[in-house]
Design a protein around this ligand. Structure first.
Ligand code: ADP
Ligand code: ASP
Ligand code: MG
Length: 424
């Protein structure tokens, strides 16, 4: 007997038939004698609709600033998961399974105060553990918890992955299965490159990079938690027949295992390609080349909670001035330009130029640590396709390249085949 946490994403619970199908997956594990806790997302599209309602509330005449209270945003957007947790509990009960729903505040899933993007601080798993021991299935609403202000807090988009891994850690589950609309983690987004291959295993560090660099198959924080708490996490499909052979395999279920790199026997140099849309580039021209200039730029941006990513600095012709280029999410570009203009004198630049709609394409692989020439192959492959590179950043296990938006898909496919990822 094992203890399993099963998480089902938005497309897996998109309507009543799919919720019924999810219940069959849960029943399979219950019938096999396992203790089961389930975490659900909202029906697909629901969270977007709820966010839209909050953001499109008519404004007071004369004001054009979007205004909403982040605590009320959370009260609204957390409701999607409340619905699916109740519906799945009903579906399970109708199959004769003892099940009940849990909202984040009922466990509770304690979070910090960052409404809209809260972090889980602690989960009291005692009640669920006791009830699982009595044969009851807990159906937990993902994406939500309870803040220190005693108000509902949500975990940021895609956050029910994090709920699932955190609950798995809290109840010391043997496995956390993330069921979604693909049957595992692929070498790149299979919607962009049909030749993408499913990975049998991927190392925590690589999955962390893939997720951070745009592969939204798992929320970044969920991978961090899985890595820290050593949660055995599988990504697998809810669309396969729940009773097909092998679906209930305890040690090797179908899907991708996220694991320590030591568990991966045949490590490739490059494991995957990720991409992130909606990047914007800001260039400050003719900056004084003196100590403290970077602090004068990035300090105020950080205070304004603007996430700066790639930074490129070059010396302009006469050597006394420099240009600084960096990227921010497209949604933050106007705010960033405002902050820069407010600090123009202190920073000391001539003009600020910006360009939105860019894409960051990244090549990821632990094997890069011990292989030279990986970056050169990417640059060559992109050059052959006439794709211009606007900025580059690298770390031990990844290379990120900024390009123009319209080339995103071509660049992903080009890099995917340049590293032979389409060949098994
Ligand atoms: P859920 O609603 O189940 O949480 P998501 O839409 O958040 O599902 O994540 C699944 C999607 O992630 C897939 O449909 C796929 O298009 C996308 N995706 C992006 N990169 C990858 C990748 N490397 N492997 C698998 N899926 C990926
Ligand atoms: N429903 C939430 C979202 O759409 C959480 C999740 O799906 O993981 O972001
Ligand atoms: Mg998701």
């Amino acid at each position: 007997m094992a203890r399993i946490v099963m998480k089902f994403g938005g497309t897996s619970v998109a309507d009543l038939n799919r919720i019924h199908n999810v219940a069959r997956h849960v029943k399979r594990e219950v019938d096999a004698g396992h203790e089961v806790a389930v975490v659900v997302s909202a029906m697909s599209g629901k969270t977007n609709e709820l966010v839209g309602w909050v953001e499109n509330m008519p404004k007071v005449a004369g004001s054009n600033a979007p205004f909403y209270d982040a605590r009320e945003y959370d009260a609204v957007v957390a409701s999607g998961e409340q619905v699916t947790s109740g519906l799945l509990a009903i579906a399970l009960q109708s199959m004769g399974i003892n099940a009940r729903s849990w909202q984040g505040w009922q466990l509770p899933v304690k979070t910090d105060n960052a409404h809209g993007a809260a972090r889980i601080l602690d989960i009291d798993g005692a009640d669920i553990i006791r009830r699982m021991g009595e044969g009851q299935v807990a159906v937990v609403a993902g994406f939500q918890g309870l803040g220190p202000d005693n108000r509902v807090a949500t975990l940021g988009r895609g956050g029910s992955d994090t709920s699932a891994v955190a609950i798995a850690a809290a109840v010391k589950a043997d496995r956390c299965d993330i069921y979604t609309d693909v049957d595992g983690v692929y070498t790149t987004d299979p919607r962009i490159e049909p030749k993408a291959r499913r990975l049998k295993k991927i190392a925590f560090e690589e999955m962390l990079e893939m997720a951070s660099l745009g592969a939204k198959v798992l929320q970044v924080r969920s991978v961090e938690l899985a890595m820290v708490h050593k949660v055995r996490t599988f990504v697998r499909s809810s669309f396969e027949d729940p009773d097909a052979p092998g679906m209930g395999d305890l040690l090797n279920p179908p899907g991708t295992l996220i694991c320590d790199e030591d568990e991966i026997v045949e490590q490739e140099v490059v494991t995957g390609i990720a991409y992130a849309k909606d990047e914007a580039q800001i260039s400050l021209r003719r900056l004084a080349d003196r100590p403290g200039v970077s602090a004068a730029i990035f300090g105020p941006l950080a205070e304004a909670h603007i996430n700066v990513d790639m930074i490129v600095q070059n010396i302009s012709e006469d050597g006394s001035k420099t240009d600084m280029t960096f990227t921010v999410p497209s949604g933050d570009v106007n705010k960033a330009l405002r902050v820069l203009s407010e600090n123009k004198e202190k920073i000391g630049y001539d003009v600020a130029q910006s360009e939105s709609g860019l894409v960051k394409v990244s090549v990821i692989g632990i094997g890069m640590r011990s292989h030279a020439g990986v970056a050169a192959s990417a640059f060559r492959a992109l050059a052959e396709k006439g794709i211009n590179i606007k900025a580059i950043t690298t770390s031990e296990i990844k290379i990120s390249i900024l390009i123009d938006g319209p080339y995103a898909e071509l660049a992903v496919r080009t890099l995917h085949s340049a590293y032979g990822l389409d060949k098994s």
